[in-house]
Ligand binder design. Structure first.
Ligand code: NAD
Ligand code: MG
Length: 392
């Protein structure tokens, strides 16, 4: 902690986009425990105005933004006694991330909604701690190209990608042969289609190893989360699709593995706790001493591995298909999935129908091989329109 402070000679100033969510609140836990290393410059939220206000009063940021404009006055009134600027709308989020005083932007908004602000932060040269994987799924080509142009590093927060990143430390001369992303398998591991046809959201929302926001929890149950992570890994580590494999590892102790060209494999392991990859991304290249619970081998006498069942969990196969196709196909996949998950959470479609919907959208939306930013925006909109028509 001390050394981090000395090296940077000032606190690292962080903007947390989506501070009221699962990743956002855990990032604030990390900052609360390391006030000599980090300062909060910006907080943003959407639905939970009360939590955003509470966080602002505790962390005293320069600015808060509430995306939901109907809650603007409420937040502004609650913070009027404090020296904190208050703005509203997603456009405002995309503007405040460019503030001079910000060193790093943690993107913890869920879904496509995080794309504009992430690109805006990269354009302003801000370092990125990336949790919002959908950003790279939708527009990985564009995002990584702009990051390269601006000399911006994208530090992964997703635990699997953090694991790969940690395994690559000191290996930058050595090419990757392949990577294995581990998957817990979610609450329905081993189940077949007849069972999945009957499952309700309450069952899908119970993840065996991780506490997360609702959208990613459903994605984990359907294996779409792993599919999104495969595409995320492609862009983060500059890999070809055939270099990325998925292995089901129900204990979630090995967070992912890199295999090098000499056949050596490096894995990163530990108890499942998102605070570790969040902290690693924020403090990179340093490791900050923590009191997170330590792993004990004797509590896990067996670590096991299985093949993912892509015939039953078709979302993972669809994600590989979209990645192989490239262009705007992953953007279609993502938008269709966002609509599918919302519909499943509202009991409008069944668990297996989520894959049907995504497949239909992949067939129906016009393919664009080299999309511009405007093409991604249009593809997202058109996919949502088609998906919503299918649900009615
Ligand atoms: P969450 O639902 O708990 O939180 C989402 C945050 O985004 C909230 O602060 C919410 O207010 C904000 N938000 C939602 N919709 C918005 C909109 N339209 N405009 C602006 N802000 C909006 O989600 P989470 O689980 O924290 O996940 C956040 C991101 O991190 C996702 O992309 C997810 O895939 C990724 N991620 C999460 C975990 C985890 O353990 N939770 C792990 C790896 C990656
Ligand atoms: Mg993950």
């Amino acid at each position: 902690m001390e050394s981090l402070k000395l090296e940077s000679s000032k606190l690292k100033s962080i903007a947390i986009l989506g501070s009221t969510g699962s990743i956002g609140t855990q990032a604030l836990d990390v900052i609360r425990a390391n006030k000599d290393a980090f300062a909060v410059e910006v907080l943003t939220g959407n639905g939970n105005a009360d939590l955003l206000i509470k966080q602002a009063i505790e962390f005293n940021p320069n600015t808060v933004v509430i995306a939901d404009e109907s809650k603007y006055q409420y937040v502004k009134d609650a913070l009027h006694k404090y020296d904190i600027k208050v703005f509203s709308s997603n456009k405002a989020i995309a503007e405040v991330v460019q503030m001079e005083s910000i060193d790093m932007v943690l993107t913890a908004i869920v879904g496509y909604a995080g794309l504009e602000s992430t690109i805006s932060a990269i354009k302003a040269g801000k370092q990125i701690a990336l949790a919002n994987k959908e950003t790279l799924v939708v527009a990985g080509d564009l995002v990584t190209t702009v990051a390269k142009e601006k000399g911006v590093n994208i530090y992964p927060v997703d635990s699997e990608h953090s694991a790969i990143f940690q395994c690559l430390a000191g290996e930058f001369q050595n090419p990757i042969e392949k990577i294995y992303l581990t998957a817990s398998g979610g609450p329905f591991r081993g189940k077949k289609k007849d069972f999945l046809a009957t499952v309700k959201k309450e069952q899908a929302l119970k993840h065996p190893n991780w506490e997360m926001g609702a959208k990613i929890t459903i994605d984990s149950a359907s294996l779409m989360n792993k599919g999104l992570e495969v595409i995320e890994a492609k862009w983060l580590f500059g890999l070809k699709p055939e270099q990325i494999d998925v292995i089901v590892h129900p204990q979630s102790i090995i967070h992912s593995i890199v295999q090098f060209t000499d056949g050596s494999m490096k894995a990163q392991m530990g108890l499942p706790d998102m605070k570790l990859p969040i902290q690693y991304a924020m403090a990179y290249p340093q490791r900050i001493k923590s009191d997170f619970p330590r792993f004990n081998f004797l509590n896990y006498p067996e670590l096991t591995f299985e093949q993912a069942d892509t015939k039953t969990f078709r979302n993972l196969a669809l994600a590989f298909e979209a990645m192989n196709k490239g262009g705007n196909a992953p953007c279609v996949l993502n938008a269709a999935n966002e609509i599918a998950v919302q519909a499943f959470l509202k009991d409008k479609i069944g668990f297996l129908e989520m894959s049907d919907l995504i497949e239909k959208c992949l067939q129906q939306v016009a393919f664009i091989s080299k999309p511009s930013y405007a093409d991604y925006v249009e593809t997202d909109k058109e996919t949502r329109r088609i998906a919503l028509l299918e649900i009615l």
